[in-house]
Design a binder for this molecule. Structure first.
Ligand code: 13P
Length: 284
């Protein structure tokens, strides 16, 4: 089916207490793996790309690849721009077929973040697209965005409410202590704050930094009110490890299609497992 606006799946997730998995793809193979997992689990899903992936392939090619992979799907699939920091790139994604975009102006001061986010919201809403904003600051490395752990800022319920009301973003990344990339030490999570924001607001909330969180913590974040759950680094690790494992085992085979299949199956299995943990199974 054609790519869809994520709001219906996110509203449903918020209302029914599950998370839509949002997976950062890096090429066509990883897009196919996400679609395969979503079909297998009958789960709604968000395929998302960082600006680095956009730089590599170009917006039009990513849109074409995602539409191709989703064409035969029977579950809702959305194409989202993750951590957009350059408004001109975001506007291009809006024009060229993304289903939603994130404006990440979280490094700016509160008022500036509102102003930039509002500009994106106006452009996106005119085109019928939804927007994710961020208030607070998620630590870690997400491709070319780097935030040191000591600079992380936790989101407060008051800020979340004011930011969403004034910027008009449709769903919001709340910084509650999760971080992009592998955790070197156990993160200090404010799960109660997520719960409080969920209770005091009526829009879907996004949990960033999904890689490396233990299953019980992921389930707690779902229960506390996350509606969208982002996974990026784990995609890269599983992709490389699946290929490497196959090549190690069949060192003399030199059948590239089998290597690619091993990567795709490794990815689809890992993504499907996330969908089950996030409660998205059967929710398409
Ligand atoms: P991880 O790389 O830690 O999975 O974080 C993903 C993310 O939040 C993308 O925005």
């Amino acid at each position: 089916m054609p790519l869809v606006n994520p709001m219906p799946m996110l509203e449903k997730a918020r209302a029914e207490g599950f998370c839509v998995g949002a997976f950062n793809v890096v090429d066509y193979l990883s897009i196919e793996a996400v679609v395969e997992a979503a079909e297998r689990k009958r789960a709604p899903v968000i395929i998302q790309t960082s600006s680095a992936t956009i730089k590599r392939f170009g917006i039009e090619n990513i849109v074409t690849m995602t539409r191709m992979a989703a064409a035969e799907s029977t579950v809702p699939i959305c194409l989202h721009l993750d951590h957009g920091t350059d408004v001109s790139v975001i506007k291009e994604a809006i024009e060229k077929g993304y289903s939603s975009v994130m404006i990440d102006a979280s490094k700016l001061a509160f008022e500036e973040n509102i102003a930039v986010s509002k500009e994106v919201v106006e452009a996106a809403h005119k085109a019928g697209l939804a927007v994710e904003g961020e208030i607070g600051l998620v630590a870690g490395v997400e491709d070319d965005i780097v935030v040191n752990a000591e600079d992380a800022i936790y989101t407060t319920p008051e800020e979340a409410i004011e930011f969403q009301a004034r910027s008009g973003v449709d769903f919001l990344a709340a910084a509650i202590g999760t971080a992009h990339g592998f955790y070197k030490v156990a993160p200090k999570l404010n799960i109660d704050t997520l719960r409080e924001i969920r209770v005091k607001t009526d829009f879907p909330l996004v949990v960033h930094g999904g890689t490396g969180l233990p299953t019980n913590i992921v389930m707690e974040l779902v229960e506390a009110g996350g509606a969208k759950f982002n996974v990026s680094t784990q995609i890269k690790q599983t992709y490389i490890d699946s290929m490497y494992g196959y090549i190690q085992e069949k060192r003399d085979e030199y059948n590239i299609l089998k290597v690619l299949d091993a990567a795709k199956q490794g990815l689809a299995d890992m993504i499907a497992e996330y969908m089950t943990i996030l409660g998205g199974e059967g929710k398409a």
